[in-house]
Design a protein around this ligand. Structure first.
Ligand code: URA
Length: 189
């Protein structure tokens, strides 16, 4: 795959797993593909499936608010994608085989974008990219260098909506992210 447009158009036709049969839209990702910071969520929910864009429901609105507190915006200086591009029925966790079938798309997005920092939003993303037994409550906000890039896991906004007491910890993660961006990112942040 040579270009982002080519990658996107192949992904939009994907039928590598049964989630393709029940989706309304493939949710490829959104944002600035030249950004140095990428956010990775779990998979589309109902609103995302309908709109074809990640994190547009209640969780997404909270994520946007947290990002805005540290001057990060999906239409400006970050990119957001998910581990799986199609909605799992009833918003269940994506199955390991669905994640496996979809992994090539996100891996290709990461390779092409080459972000300096990847923020794993929630357990599913952190367990796939940081470590398979990642515990968000214990390891959130910690930066891990993996293959020359920094990865950090933080709370999923759906978890913050269920447990508002976690919000101060999540806010601290975003402050740590801002500090790290100021330290290592060069483009317009
Ligand atoms: N939750 C996610 O992990 N991703 C989305 O796009 C929406 C909700």
């Amino acid at each position: 795959m040579n270009s982002w447009a080519e990658l996107k158009s192949s992904c939009m036709d994907c039928h590598k797993c049964p989630l393709a049969d029940t989706r309304t839209n493939v949710v490829f990702g959104v944002g600035n593909e030249n950004a140095e910071v990428m956010f990775i969520g779990e998979g589309p929910g109902q609103q995302e499936d309908l709109k074809g864009e990640p994190f547009v429901g209640r969780s997404g609105q909270l994520l946007d608010k947290l990002m805005a507190t540290v001057d990060l915006y999906r239409d400006k200086n970050i990119y957001i994608a998910n581990i799986v591009k199609c909605r799992p029925p009833q918003n269940r966790d994506p199955l390991p085989e669905e994640q496996e079938a979809c992994a090539g798309w996100l891996d290709a997005q990461i390779k092409m974008m080459n972000p300096k920092i990847v923020v794993c939003v929630g357990r599913i993303a952190a367990q796939r990219y940081i470590s398979k037994d990642f515990k968000v409550t214990k390891e959130h906000g910690v930066f891990y260098e993996i293959d020359g890039r920094l990865f950090m896991g933080t709370y999923h906004p759906a978890s913050l909506l269920r447990n508002p007491r976690q919000k101060p910890d999540a806010f601290e993660d975003f402050i740590a992210l801002r500090d790290k961006i100021n330290e290592i990112c060069e483009r317009t942040y």
